[in-house]
Design a protein around this ligand. Structure first.
Ligand code: SAM
Length: 258
């Protein structure tokens, strides 16, 4: 039974790190006229309202994207700001895009999208705003293994689990190695939390040893509340697009002052 709901966390500091890098990579990849595939294993509901009871309860967005915008952390022409502006023009001033809607902003006719979301309520909500993608209500790793290598071959896969199933930490390196063997030119992106108990560390060690050329970006921030175990956000990127390394360093500098 899945209980995680991203509405409590949408727009928090981890989303800011993840979505800023994702938007930058997609802006670069879609600047070339060649079509691409965009895949997500854990899509979420795609659209959030930062005035919802869930967002209000945790206050995570207020300390994340809302603060970042009011303090101009990102330049107005940053790809994440462009996607956010477009989504707010469509859905209202307090909307926040999940990764599927950030991707939709950059994708073009001819690009092919596959999104997996297992939770019935989240999947239903996603289906109501998605007319640009193949939606899969199945395990995201199974979907990715079935679709890869995708057509078109060029493309990006985002793996953004909720890590509710603790076995994810040990299974992910195996999933990624298998996907990379099947799709050796794919940009494979994994988000992971930095945890006070270091539960993520063996997974990252395994990924680094299997893929020494991958790009790693980690940022640290104060916990959302006292005793909360997440104290940072990480992104692991196989076959990073040109410019990703410089972008990660820019984003890391923003977090360094928190
Ligand atoms: C962190 S959220 C996704 C957030 C989204 N990628 C974004 O950035 O806007 C993780 C999502 O994965 C879903 N989920 C959990 N286990 C899954 C699985 N095995 N396959 C597909 N989706 C799953 C959860 O219901 C949840 O909506």
């Amino acid at each position: 039974m899945l209980s995680y709901q991203h509405a409590y966390h949408a727009g928090n500091l981890a989303d800011l790190h993840k979505h800023a890098l994702l938007a930058s990579m997609l802006a670069y990849l879609t600047a070339k006229p060649k079509p691409l595939s965009y895949l997500e294993t854990h899509a979420g509901r795609g659209l959030y309202d930062l005035t919802s009871a869930e967002a209000d309860k945790t206050g995570e967005a207020a300390n994340g994207i809302t603060r970042a915008l009011s303090e101009n952390w990102l330049p107005a022409d940053h790809p994440l700001c462009q996607a956010l502006d477009a989504v707010r023009a469509e859905y209202g001033a307090t909307a926040y895009p999940g990764s599927p809607l950030i991707a939709r902003h950059f994708l073009r006719p001819g690009d092919v999208t596959h999104l997996a979301e297992l939770h019935p309520t989240e999947h239903q909500a996603l289906s109501e705003i998605t007319d640009f993608a193949h939606l899969h209500r199945q395990d995201g790793f199974q979907m990715a293994q079935a679709v890869c290598p995708p057509t078109p071959r060029r493309g990006l896969l985002l793996i953004d689990p909720s890590y509710e199933v603790k076995a994810d930490y040990t299974a992910i390196p195996r999933h990624i190695s298998k996907l990379a063997r099947k799709w050796n030119i794919g940009v494979i992106v994994l988000w992971y939390p930095l945890l006070t108990d270091n539960r993520h560390a063996p997974m990252i060690q395994a990924l680094r040893s299997d893929h020494p050329d991958a790009l790693l970006s980690e940022v640290r921030f104060p916990p959302a509340r006292a005793g909360h175990g997440m104290v940072g956000s990480g992104m692991f990127v196989l076959n990073p697009p040109y410019g990703s390394e410089a972008e990660t360093r820019r984003i890391e500098a923003l977090f360094a002052r928190l």
